[in-house]
Design a protein around this ligand. Structure first.
Ligand code: GCU
Length: 642
């Protein structure tokens, strides 16, 4: 195997698999042939029969696996289910699980399991940390990189079935005919792997590309343009998935430019896609400079529109109401829309989590959101159940995440960032899997099944998100990143004359009395957007979970925390413990040298070194800065900032 990480988790045994007569399957579609090839190249167990069975249609992309000593039968309503079943047994084989006497039924949690690439047409990636874009727009449609297929295979192996190719800050050019021809080539490569292509679209496209007088969604010429564009797209790509739209957010154009609503804009697009079965994923990440709390804006804009959207529109909502912070309260819009389907947008690319330098395993963050109880329908109204159709029967269900993939040999920049791509796919398929199960599988597939490696490395992964929170923004602090690149700390950032809602000082509000953003009744009252009892719970400093206390309260420096320390001391100990945990990871990793290859060992070791230095940087910068307000001493038993 290449030890450069290019194989991802797909490191099946290099030896030959079973022979052709041990693979029983009718038909000759490309999808089935891929399944056959995977088996004949890698499967070393029983005879495998692949059966399409129309009665299993209700499993959607799912499948059943039944086996005895001699034979495995994989059945599915659709051929793609058979390919997923093949990857399932290969995963079992690779993680050393017996494949005898299997009786498995799998049905995905979500219909649309989608990666959002924030890739630009010039090859750069917004918040991309693994090199340039995988899509070589200049070379397409003629020159085809072999990585397109490898990418599709990797996604199929974990059940990802949809991709948005371009940045939400979309160039209108994406919809030009020459680019659509390039998109078609990718769609054709992805199709046999069960992957549909979607595009981010710029709301002003008709005006920019065709010169319509405006892009008002109620303008007949504008509607006609979109209708013709849809027809052009579907002629090239008959199974095109639909549009992702960022409108009236961060300066992007949108229906509000013409006095129309998000519903007017979304419905216009939904109508042109409807005849072809396409959907609109309309983003709720909307905010503009305002005196009010940015965290409240999505709720304020979207709740009044509930019920006004077409049934092929789904509202795509970031997990938190601010912006992919190390920890945020969940977005109060979840559950608040009762008649409109909602989907989560996670961020795999670690914009606010050390980018491609820090080892931060994100499954615990994803799970924290999915398992959050919104109380929209009483107890048990988790975000998972609101979005997967359990509590809100929906025509379609979906889950998305911003991809961390680039042209780097190892795809994601950091070897451990591959685990976040993997974890998103596995959770999109089955949101009940635990972070532990997913890490376990991934480590065994990617590195080794030697327990001396698996157990400590898994422990490191499982604690890594909390560790990052501790050394960056403990106790509910948020958005104190350096402006622009969002890599290091800049709690002192005060963009006077610029956008206050982009200034760190706006988010932490530190002064001589205390620190934290008051979102209670005495402040922005954002907590009132949560259903009871959460509004009360977050609103009361005594009941607010301590890991979010500075998210919703301005807390006095002397405030007594549950463990008896003052807030100031607690902050100091949290930062310090984050630093120590990263140093522990370094020591732990050093012990792992005997179990894996040199290249990946070295590369991870040097990334941990950066992470460790960065953790100290975060701690020193934040504590020294906040100390100018608290005027309290750094506790004697933690490392002095230098
Ligand atoms: C963040 C990110 C931007 C991105 C935006 C979005 O603000 O920093 O780069 O465009 O989110 O999700 O639209």
């Amino acid at each position: 195997f290449a030890e450069d990480g290019s194989q991802l988790w797909l490191r099946f045994p290099a030896k030959n698999g079973i022979s052709a007569d041990q693979i029983i399957a009718k038909g000759n579609s490309t999808t089935l042939n891929i399944a056959r090839k995977e088996l004949s190249s890698h499967w070393q167990g029983q005879t495998v029969e692949l059966r399409t069975d129309k009665s299993l249609k209700n499993l959607k992309d799912g499948y059943t696996i039944k086996s005895n000593q001699n034979k495995i039968v994989i059945s599915a309503g659709k051929e793609i289910g058979l390919l997923y079943g093949v990857y399932h047994i290969l995963r079992l084989q690779q993680t050393n699980v017996s494949t005898v006497n299997l009786n498995i039924t799998e049905k995905p949690s979500y219909d649309v399991r989608i990666l959002n690439h924030w890739d630009n047409l010039d090859g750069t990636i917004e918040r991309g940390y693994a090199g340039h874009s995988l899509w070589k727009w200049e070379d397409l449609p003629n020159t085809i990189s072999p990585r397109y297929q490898e990418y599709a295979r990797a996604n199929a192996s974990i059940g990802i079935n949809s991709v948005v190719l371009n940045n939400v800050n979309a160039s209108p050019n994406m919809l030009r005919e020459d680019y659509l021809r390039k998109v078609k080539v990718l769609a054709d490569i992805f199709r046999p792997y069960g992957i549909k292509v979607y595009l981010s679209v710029n709301f002003s496209s008709p005006k920019v590309l065709r010169g319509t007088e405006n892009s008002d969604p109620l303008n007949k010429n504008v509607q006609k343009w979109w209708k013709e564009k849809a027809s052009e797209i579907y002629t090239l790509i008959p199974d095109f998935g639909g549009f992702l739209v960022k409108a009236n957010s961060e300066g992007q154009p949108g229906p509000q430019d013409y006095g129309r609503t998000h519903a007017d804009g979304a419905n216009m697009m939904a109508d042109v896609l409807k005849p072809y079965g396409g959907i609109v994923m309309w983003r709720a990440f909307v905010y503009s400079p305002s005196k009010d709390d940015r965290a409240k804006q999505a709720y304020l804009e979207f709740v009044p529109l509930d019920g006004k959207f077409r049934d092929n529109v789904i509202i795509q909502i970031k997990n938190g109401p601010v912006d992919f912070q190390p920890r945020e309260a969940f977005n109060p819009l979840f559950g608040a829309l009762r008649k409109t389907p909602e989907m989560v947008e996670f961020q795999i690319t670690q914009e606010y989590l050390g980018q491609a330098n820090h080892l931060v395993y994100l499954a615990p963050l994803f799970k924290e959101t999915l398992e959050s109880n919104t109380y929209s329908n009483g107890k048990g109204s988790t975000i998972a159940k609101i979005t997967d159709g359990t509590l809100r029967p929906a025509k379609m269900t979906a889950i998305s995440a911003v991809a961390n993939i680039g042209e780097d040999t190892n795809w994601t920049g950091h070897h451990f960032a591959q685990a976040n791509w993997y974890a998103f796919g596995r959770l999109a398929w089955n949101h009940e899997l635990t972070s532990d199960q997913i890490a376990d599988e991934w480590i065994k597939m990617t590195f080794t099944d030697n327990e001396k490696f698996v157990n400590p490395v898994k422990e490191m992964m499982l604690t890594s998100r909390e560790t990052a929170v501790d050394y960056m923004m403990p106790l509910g602090l948020h958005h104190i990143f350096a402006g622009g690149h969002h890599y290091g700390p800049e709690p002192w950032g005060d963009y006077k004359g610029g956008r206050p809602d982009w200034s760190p000082v706006y988010y932490h509000q530190a002064d001589k009395n205390g620190v934290g953003f008051d979102r209670t009744k005495t402040g922005s009252n954002a907590v009132s957007q949560y259903f009871p009892p959460l509004n009360e719970m977050y609103g009361n400093i005594e009941t607010c979970p301590e890991n979010l206390i500075l998210w919703s309260h301005h807390v006095p420096w002397q405030y007594k925390m549950k463990d008896g320390k003052t807030l100031w001391e607690e902050l100091c100990y949290k930062y310090d413990s984050g630093v120590h945990k990263v140093r522990d990871y370094q020591k732990l990793w050093d012990q792992m040298e005997p179990y894996i290859d040199r290249q990946r060992f070295d590369e991870v070791q040097s990334k941990l070194k950066i992470q460790s230095k960065d953790a100290v940087w975060w701690k020193d910068a934040c504590l020294l800065y906040f100390q100018t307000f608290s005027k309290m001493p750094i506790p004697y038993d933690i490392e002095r900032p230098v």
